[in-house]
Design a protein around this ligand. Structure first.
Ligand code: V55
Ligand code: FE
Length: 524
């Protein structure tokens, strides 16, 4: 039972793992708000929808479960002519429906079917809580443990599971597929693709009509946690974290994942196509595995190829286990003062399979997460990075990386200059999204939007920054309440959505009482 310090003696069925305060305070609101309060002005060129998803358990979860496994809830912000309409709705996954009907948790630990109630073991175990990606007219709600759910981009209704059905036999689909804007493909992978704790990885691309091509199956060196990836013109690089899945541990009622201090962060480099031109010494159909040391490169920004057979890849890096809720089997906890930074990895494709790679170059020596780029340049050498950062000198709490990300950074590789947005006292910032100023705008010229949590006020603001003056917002969209921390979000331009419907209930056809039907205001 959870105990709150302020109310000693009162307990809740909500476990302390979910905190009952701050970013983890259960939210569970569904509904809509038309015309949110906007301080400042949102430029009329911004026309589209910011879709974000958060992990928000609908019923009190199994007290031993981890924070990654709450039901996916979407918040959508549709912005047009400076006006912002908002809608929030749960993704109605199999799991959400079953637990809502039962009014209690039926699923046990993250990705451990042996801890689920026997009657739900055959159900799709996706909370769809990790990312929202628009592809081939589907708004995909993603969780890497299973296949996508398709969501109606206007009503946010859950339409179906597995919208690309029957083309691929994989059981899983990454939450971080990548759009190649030059070839108009969605590059997808799935790991544990043949079932629980299997080392099978599937890789393929979906064209603009959702048709699969370039399918490949490879084996992972161990059953690793593969959350994110990088695409360049010719290569897909999978990023393996030093956790291992193990069926015996799961059967013993413990977690799917255990960190292993003996495993290195590892990159699997795969040619994207059968006709990819590979360096001398590479056999057709070959992929190679390169590794560094034990660390956790959590999320990627992007990467590019150099003429000399080198790949450059950028990611955040925690020098320890950033998911202490998945400890190693001996229970060792990460160091209190674990370091984190943002780095550039160099992989020389002329080096043989199994090689160690050099220490990466540190690009930003502050704890950072959720790096994004101007995705029009995905696969190519880009200039700007946008990311959440922890600005230690602005921190009002511990100087620990787990204290929270209190700002945003915009870094230019060309000028090597970093600009900072500090969200203010007692505020935490979530993953930024970038909106280009127009189709021809240079790299990084446009706007940034990010959700900010005002902790003491227990309320959120959506901040809008112009990348020309990154330090101060041009607009702040005020939410009247607190919502949970975002996992990931994306901007979808109005031009890319098929319809131009309203997110909020349309009352334009509702009859309004006419003056003539009322008593006259003035009588003689
Ligand atoms: C992550 C998040 C997940 C997950 C696996 O941040 C990895 C990484 C919110 O769910 O299932
Ligand atoms: Fe992620």
């Amino acid at each position: 039972m959870a105990k709150l310090a302020e109310y000693e003696g009162l307990t809740s069925t909500w476990p302390v793992a979910f905190d009952l305060a701050g970013s983890s305070l259960p939210c569970r609101i569904e509904g809509e708000i038309g015309d949110l309060v906007v301080l400042g002005k949102i430029p009329k060129e911004i026309d589209g929808t910011f879709y974000r998803v958060m992990s928000d358990p609908f019923v009190p979860p199994n007290p031993k479960n981890v924070p990654l496994d709450g039901d996916g809830s979407i918040s959508a912000f549709r912005i047009r002519n400076g006006r912002v309409d908002m809608k929030m709705k749960y993704i109605e996954t199999e799991r959400y429906k079953l637990e809502r009907q039962a009014s209690k948790a039926l699923f046990g630990l993250y990705r451990n079917p042996f801890t689920h109630h026997p009657c739900v073991r055959a159900a799709v175990d996706s909370t769809a809580n990790t990312n929202l990606v628009y592809w081939s007219k589907h708004l995909l709600a993603l969780k890497e443990v299973a296949l996508p759910y398709s969501i109606d981009p206007d009503s946010l209704d859950t339409l179906c599971y597995d919208p690309f059905g029957d083309q691929i036999s994989s059981k899983t689909f990454t939450a971080h597929p990548k759009v190649d804007p030059y070839t108009n493909e969605l590059v997808v992978f799935g790991y544990e693709a043949k079932g629980l704790a299997t080392k099978d990885i599937v890789i393929y691309a979906l064209d603009k009509d959702g048709k699969k091509h370039d399918e490949q199956w490879i084996k992972s060196p161990w059953c690793a946690f593969i959350h994110d990836c990088i695409i360049t013109t010719n290569w897909l690089v999978l990023v393996l974290w030093p956790f291992e899945a193990n069926i015996a541990r799961m059967k013993a009622g413990k977690h799917h994942w255990a960190w292993d201090y003996n495993l290195p962060a590892t990159f699997i480099v795969v040619p994207r196509r059968s006709h990819t031109v590979v360096p001398a010494g590479w056999k057709p159909g070959e992929h190679r595995v390169y590794s560094w040391k034990n660390c956790m490169p959590i999320h990627t920004a992007g990467g590019w190829e150099a003429a000399d057979g080198k790949l450059y890849l950028e990611s955040s890096r925690v020098h320890d286990n950033a998911f202490p809720f998945f400890p190693p089997d001996d229970g060792r906890m990460p160091a209190e003062d674990a370091k984190a930074d943002f780095v550039r990895w160099e992989i020389d494709l002329n080096q043989p399979n199994g090689s160690k790679i050099p220490d990466p170059v540190v690009i930003l020596d502050v704890p950072s997460e959720f790096p994004r780029i101007d995705e029009r340049f995905m696969t190519q050498r880009y200039d700007h990075l946008f990311l959440n950062v922890f600005i230690p000198e602005k921190s009002d709490g511990d100087k620990n990386i787990f204290h929270g990300l209190n700002g945003l950074a915009m870094h230019s590789h060309k000028t090597n200059k970093t600009r900072w947005f500090y969200a203010g006292r007692d505020s935490l910032v979530q993953e930024p999204i970038f909106i280009p100023r127009n189709v021809d705008a240079p790299d990084g010229d446009g706007w940034i939007m990010a959700m900010v949590e005002r902790r003491a006020a227990n309320r959120n603001d959506l901040v809008v920054l112009d990348t020309k003056h990154f330090e101060t917002p041009i607009a702040i969209v005020q939410l009247p309440m607190h919502i949970k921390a975002q996992t990931h979000g994306n901007w979808i331009d109005a031009a890319d959505l098929s319809a131009r419907k309203s997110l909020v209930r349309d009352i334009s056809k509702v009859e309004v009482t006419k003056r003539g039907a009322l008593e006259p205001l003035v009588t003689k």
